[in-house]
Design a protein around this ligand. Structure first.
Ligand code: C2O
Ligand code: CU
Ligand code: CU
Length: 490
């Protein structure tokens, strides 16, 4: 297996050095060896539909990612990452035990539960302890996830493996004609970039650029695996895509240019599928797409380079022009059609039963939030913050009224930041003064702020002052550096 194929930007760099402009941006993806690659494995599925309960245990482990030596990792119920837990409406018994030698939390990102059950920085689980939150699920079917959230350690701990998947279902996907056979035509894909030393060890090191931009690795892992190929049936397949990277912003497309039909964003189904040639997925965001493999051909999920990185550096938002010219694209995950697998669905449905958020009428408060790269006075490497203030566990930044809708005007003076709100879903009203990107048309809990955006946020979950909700940049290095605030909902 050719390791260079998995080095992000290796092929693009080659083109740059040859002086050529890769106008045909997808020509650099080589799928000739995919028949010999390892098959991608799905995370273990814990289905709570009948049991009404699940258990997670954080534990240290060892993982061999490539040909080299073992890496020290950490996961939930396994050495690296965690299971996918399928939930349905109603109350659930969750048991979370920490067998790792540092405090961890389990934050349910995308689950609408009160502050006391949210698993944020105020709910650490010490080594040897068990947390039993009361989870009542009452929201639309969607793809969510869970991860640790200890303030100051989130980036390192998530990088080391403390993250897993959540699927909220209602058992009605057959009626919608949407694939739902887990691991066959319904794939949960955790996309993460990582860095490996020549001996195969996964490493986390932050230089000055890493502090400022957040961590970027040169190898893409999918569900913790490297260099795999996903086998799919000859028909419609649903991909639940989670950008679980610390900082890398993905711009996803398919190598032959075929459309991806966006059916759901963070908060669940859209009213209709939206065919897209490419879309942004920043850290923390999820998107569900349908892909038609009916022609039996292999294709790869690819990404453009991160708009925050590269020669334009801090001018992140102008980067897209540059990448369009150079066409830097790297492979994320190839797919091979396996004729023995049963395709259940052969066409993209024309209607879904999701709703278009429409919150404009009831705004009770307008707030302005500025995502600030440097609030410490030093040039670089100092604290980051929101509205000039770094995160403080003992300071509640905003008090929100239960049941209200607020208009949040969020701006990023430098770089693009994935902005996330706990315990709420929002509607993106505008981006940079214009209509939101097509992928941001549905309910969201995380969105990339590229300059500025207006969000209409609906607050339907309580959070008392002792267990407030967070709002933060989901670039985990930025979050740990202080680009986070807290709010109560009472
Ligand atoms: Cu995905 Cu505050 O987190
Ligand atoms: Cu969250
Ligand atoms: Cu940020």
């Amino acid at each position: 297996m050719n390791r260079r194929a998995f080095l992000i930007g290796a092929s693009a760099l080659g083109l740059t050095m040859a002086g050529g402009f890769a106008l045909s941006r997808r020509s650099t993806i080589d799928l000739s060896d995919i028949g010999e690659r390892r098959r991608l494995a799905m995370p273990q599925l814990i289905d709570t539909i009948h049991t009404g309960k699940f258990e997670l245990t954080a534990m240290a482990g060892e993982t061999r990612f490539g040909g080299g030596g073992a890496s020290t990792t950490v996961g939930y119920n396994q050495p690296f990452l965690g299971p996918v837990v399928r939930l349905k409406s109603g109350s659930l018994r969750a048991t979370v035990t920490n067998r790792y030698d540092e405090p961890v939390t389990v934050h349910w990102h995308g689950l609408l539960v009160p502050g006391v059950a949210d698993g944020g920085p105020h709910l650490p689980i010490s080594t040897g302890e068990t947390w039993r939150p009361e989870l009542t699920v009452s929201q639309a079917p969607s793809t969510a996830w869970f991860h640790t959230h200890i303030h100051g350690r989130t980036a390192k701990q998530v990088y080391s493996g403390l993250a897993g998947g959540l699927i909220i279902g209602d058992g009605r996907d057959d009626e919608r004609a949407i694939p739902s056979n887990y691991g066959v035509d319904d794939l949960y894909l955790i996309l993460q970039d990582r860095q490996f030393a020549p001996d195969g060890q996964m490493i986390y090191g932050l230089g000055m650029m890493g502090q400022m931009h957040g961590f970027s690795g040169e190898t893409m892992l999918v569900n913790g695996q490297f260099g795999s190929v996903a086998a799919v049936p000859k028909g419609i397949v649903r991909l639940r895509l989670l950008n679980g990277s610390n900082a890398r912003i993905l711009t996803l497309g398919l190598s032959d240019g075929r459309p991806m039909h966006l059916i759901a964003s963070d908060g669940g189904y859209l009213p209709k599928p939206v065919p897209l040639e490419e879309f942004r997925l920043s850290p923390g965001e999820r998107a569900e797409v349908l892909v038609d493999f009916g022609d039996g051909r292999s294709v790869a999920l690819v990404s453009r380079t991160d708009p925050n990185s590269g020669p334009s550096g801090m001018m992140g938002r102008f980067q897209s022009v540059y990448t369009r010219l150079l066409g830097s694209v790297f492979e994320v995950l190839p797919f091979i059609v396996d004729h023995r697998m049963k395709a259940r669905i052969s066409s993209v449905p024309s209607d879904l039963d999701g709703d278009t958020p429409n919150l404009t009428r009831d705004v009770s408060k307008v707030r302005r939030l500025s995502l600030d790269m440097n609030v410490g006075g030093d040039m670089m490497g100092g604290p980051m913050g929101i509205n000039g203030k770094p995160f403080d566990m003992d300071r509640v930044d905003l008090s929100v009224q239960f049941g209200s809708v607020e208009l949040w005007h969020v701006s990023s003076p430098m770089l693009a930041h994935p902005f996330h709100v706990h315990g709420a879903m929002f509607q993106v009203l505008s981006e940079n003064g214009g209509t939101p990107r097509p992928e941001n048309g549905g309910w969201k809990d995380t969105v990339l702020i590229n300059s500025d955006a207006e969000l209409l946020v609906r607050f339907d979950q309580l959070a008392p002052p002792e267990k407030p909700f967070m709002f933060h940049c989901h670039n985990l290095e930025h979050e740990d550096a202080g680009m986070m605030g807290q709010f109560t909902v009472t």
